[in-house]
Design a protein around this ligand. Structure first.
Ligand code: KG4
Ligand code: ZN
Length: 382
C-alpha cells in the first residue's frame, strides 16, 4: 500500500510517498525558512503564500522521485536494461501507484493548513483516492517507523533505524509548537501523559536565540553557541507543576532574559532588542549553554519519571528539537531502554511521517475523511 503524504502546517511545504508504513520512496521538503529569517520567526501570511507557490511542484517531485526509484529497483531485479525513465514515459501514471492520500489537517497555522488540506481534498476527489486526516503532532512520532528506503539519490542523505520500535512506546514530542509526553500502546491507541501549559520548548529556543542576536531558527544556533559555553555558568529555574509529566517553559524564558540583562550590566528595564550588542560572545555562549542545559534536563527528568512508571520497550524522541545534538547525547547516556531518534531530516517537519501515520490509520480500519468536508483544524488536540 502506497500513501502520498502532504504536510503544510507551518513553513515547510512537504510531500512524500511511503510504502506499507515503513519504506520511504520519496521525501520532498521546500522550506520558506529563509523568507522568515529576517523577521526572527515564521510570518503566517508569508508562509501561506509560499505554500501556494510550492505545493504542486513539491507533490509532482515526490511522485516523480518515488517512481523513478521504484523503476531503478525493478530494473535491478529484472536485470533488464530499461531506459532510465521508461517507467515515467508515455502511458505511466504515478497516480495509479498511489492507494491513498494523507494530509495534515492540524494543529498549525490556519493559512498554511488550508493550502495542504484543500490541495489534498481536490486530489482525493479528482484521482478518486481515500483521504486520511492526520494530526501533525502524532505524526512526528511515526517518522520512527520508517526503517527502509528506496535506492534513490534523493534519499541518500537520510539514514534510517533498521529496527521497528517496540510497544509500549514512550514518546517525547518536542518542536516549535509542541512539547508532549505520550504513551503509545499500539499504533492507534495512545494516552497523552502531559504537555506544555505555555510555550513549546522549540519556541523558547527560538526566542532565546533572538535575545542573543543568533540567527533563526534558534534551535541549531543555540546548539552551536552552547558548545563553547559553560552550562553551569547561570543557574536557571525548572518549573514545578501539579502533573509530573506537564511542562512549562515561559518562566525559563523570562529567567534567561533577566540573567542576560544582569550579565550585560543593566537592570530588568533594559530592552531585549539591545542585548545582542550589549553581550560579549563569551557571555552569549554561557547563556546559550545554561539555557540548553536546563531545558534538556527538564525534558529528560520528566521522560525518565514516565519511563520508570510505564516501563516502555522503546523511547522515541521526535519533532524539530529532537535534532538537538546535546539532547540526543544525554538521552542515550541516561536510558537503558532503547532511545530512537528519527533522522534529523525526518525530525523537522516532513510529509513522510504524515504518510506513515496515514498507512496505520488505513490498515487499522479508520474511516477515511470526506474529501468534500474535511476542514483545517489549527487548534487540533492529541
Ligand atoms: O517540528 P518542527 O520542524 O516544526 C514544528 O512542528 O514546530 O520544529 C521546529 C523547531 C524550531 O523551534 C527549531 O528551533 C527547533 O525545532 N530545532 C531545534 C534544532 N533544530 C531545530 N531545536 C534545538 N536544537 C536543534 N538542533
Ligand atoms: Zn512539527
Amino acid at each position: 500500500m502506497r500513501i502520498l503524504g502532504i504536510e503544510t502546517s507551518c513553513d515547510e511545504t512537504a510531500a512524500a510517498v511511503v510504502e506499507d508504513g515503513y519504506k520511504l520512496l520519496s521525501n520532498v521538503v521546500a522550506s520558506s525558512v529563509d523568507l522568515h529569517a529576517v523577521y526572527g520567526g515564521v510570518v503566517p501570511e508569508i508562509a501561506a503564500r509560499s505554500h501556494i507557490e510550492s505545493i504542486i511542484p513539491v507533490i509532482d517531485k515526490a511522485l516523480k522521485d518515488a517512481f523513478e526509484a521504484k523503476s531503478y529497483e525493478l530494473r535491478a531485479k529484472s536485470k533488464k536494461l530499461l531506459a532510465k525513465d521508461s517507467k515515467l514515459s508515455a502511458g505511466f501514471d504515478p497516480w495509479d501507484q498511489i492507494d491513498a492520500i494523507a494530509v495534515t489537517h492540524g494543529p498549525g497555522l490556519i493559512g498554511s493548513l488550508l493550502i495542504g488540506v484543500l490541495t489534498a481534498r481536490t486530489l482525493a476527489i479528482a484521482k478518486n483516492k481515500p483521504l486520511y486526516a492526520i494530526n501533525h503532532v502524532q505524526a512526528h512520532v511515526f517518522a520512527a517507523f520508517l526503517t527502509k528506503k528506496a535506492k534513490s539519490s534523493e534519499l541518500k542523505a537520510i539514514s534510517l533505524n533498521n529496527r521497528q520500535p517496540k510497544f509500549p512506546i514512550l514518546a517525547l514530542i518536542v518542536s516549535g509548537g509542541h512539547t508532549q509526553l505520550v504513551l503509545f500502546r499500539n499504533h492507534s491507541n495512545y494516552k497523552l501523559l502531559g504537555q506544555t501549559t505555555d510555550d513549546a520548548v522549540g519556541e523558547v529556543y527560538d526566542k532565546v536565540a533572538k535575545m542573543l542576536g543568533l540567527p533563526y531558527p534558534g534551535g541549531p544556533s543555540i546548539d552551536k553557541a552552547a558548545s563553547s559555553g559553560d552550562p553551569l555558568a547561570i543557574k536557571l529555574p525548572k518549573a514545578k507543576l501539579e502533573n509530573p509529566y506537564g511542562f512549562s517553559f515561559s518562566g525559563l524564558k523570562t529567567a534567561v532574559l533577566r540573567a542576560a540583562q544582569e550579565l550585560s550590566g543593566n537592570n530588568y528595564t533594559f530592552p531585549s532588542t539591545e542585548l545582542p550588542q550589549a553581550l560579549s560572545s563569551g557571555q552569549k555562549a554561557d547563556i546559550a549553554a545554561s539555557f540548553q542545559y536546563t531545558a534538556i534536563q527538564t525534558l529528560l527528568d520528566k521522560l525518565e519519571a514516565a519511563a520508570q512508571q510505564y516501563k516502555p520497550k522503546s523511547i522515541i524522541i521526535a519533532g524539530g528539537v529532537a535534532a538537538n545534538q546535546a539532547l540526543r547525547k544525554q538521552a542515550l547516556e541516561r536510558f537503558t531502554t532503547p532511545v530512537i531518534y528519527p533522522d534529523i531530516k525526518l525530525c523537522t517537519d516532513n510529509a513522510a511521517m504524515v504518510a506513515t501515520l496515514g498507512y496505520f490509520q488505513a490498515i487499522n480500519g479508520q474511516k477515511p475523511a470526506d474529501p468534500y468536508v474535511l476542514e483545517a483544524s489549527p487548534g487540533l488536540k492529541m
